[in-house]
Design a protein around this ligand. Structure first.
Ligand code: IPD
Ligand code: CA
Ligand code: CA
Ligand code: CA
Length: 283
């Protein structure tokens, strides 16, 4: 990475402003009837005009300001765009994480913008414009919510934890009955391990930023994509949280899965309790 701190700050501050602008679009749309809801790969895989408009705005403004930068965006990928993951500064974008919530008017959603340089995560922004919560982090500089520093929880054991085992309904499409059985078995094991509760907010990014501010203690999900995770992973790490592969290996942004916890001890206990299944990597 041959960019100076000053240059990276400029990338980050510009992105923050564009994300706030995108937030106005989502907030305005959320207050009106939802309009046409299109389906993509399956009957529960939604996209709206707002998802598309927000991705267009984010990529349009960022690429005009930084013409050498690369992009990976969910809705572009859905329409068949092929992205390469290179060493160049790359913005990884999910215009609305939590589209099902957006469609059903559940106020948990995040506009997600992550930045990698040399394939390493450098910055992340997750903005929920409905609740006006803006989470952001740059690698090595701490994590913040609306300007105040946030910290992940210090829980070291499942017995003192509220966890999030996200249901990932779309995974049944990919893995069938075997997935459903594994999810239920893991849920049963967690309850027997003595967790305080299992909460899932319907958006990977919201699950992760809530972990980053200590509201939940651990989170696992499989079947995700780089745009669901990139921004939030920086925020969780900078809040002092641990991010690993669910089976215990180092986290890989393109592996389609993640496990986060407030402490390494809890991450280990959680990972060792779960039964695992592999997903084909993204790129
Ligand atoms: C989805 C949400 C959801 C997760 C899915 C994602 P989208 O993102 O993050 O919580 O379970 O895997 O695809 O489609 O609303 O951007
Ligand atoms: Ca989607
Ligand atoms: Ca998403
Ligand atoms: Ca999305």
């Amino acid at each position: 990475n041959h960019f100076s701190t000053k240059e990276e700050d400029e990338f980050f501050l510009f992105a923050l402003n564009v994300v706030r602008e995108a937030g106005n679009i989502v907030k305005t749309a959320f207050a009106k009837p939802v309009g046409t809801v299109y389906t993509k790969a399956s009957a529960t895989d939604f996209v709206t005009e707002t998802d598309r408009a927000v991705e267009e705005l984010l990529i349009g403004k960022l690429s005009a300001r930084f013409p050498d930068h690369k992009f990976i965006g969910e809705e572009g990928a859905s329409t068949g765009k092929k992205y390469e993951f290179t060493d160049a500064p790359t913005w990884i974008i999910d215009p609305i994480d939590g589209t099902t919530n957006f469609v059903h008017r559940v106020p948990f959603l995040g506009i997600c913008v992550g930045l990698t340089i040399g394939k390493q995560l450098r910055a992340g922004i997750v903005y929920n414009p409905i609740t006006d919560e803006l989470y952001s982090a740059q690698t090595g500089r701490g994590a913040f919510k609306n300007g105040f520093q946030i910290h992940a929880s210090s829980a070291k054991s499942l017995k003192e934890a509220v966890i999030c085992q996200s249901q990932g309904i779309h995974n049944i499409r990919e893995k069938g009955q075997a997935w459903l059985d594994l999810m239920l078995e893991n849920q049963r094991k967690l309850i027997l391990a003595g967790i305080h509760g299992n909460r899932s907010f319907g958006a990977a990014s919201i699950n992760m930023v809530y972990l980053a501010e200590g509201s939940i203690d651990a989170y696992v999900e499989c079947g995700l994509h780089s745009w669901d995770m990139a921004a939030s992973v920086v925020i969780v790490r900078e809040a002092g949280g641990t991010v690993i592969d669910p089976a215990g290996a180092p986290f890989d942004l393109m592996s389609r899965k993640v496990l986060c916890a407030g402490t390494p001890e809890l991450a280990k206990e959680f990972s060792e309790l779960l039964k695992h299944m592999d997903f084909a990597p993204e790129i």
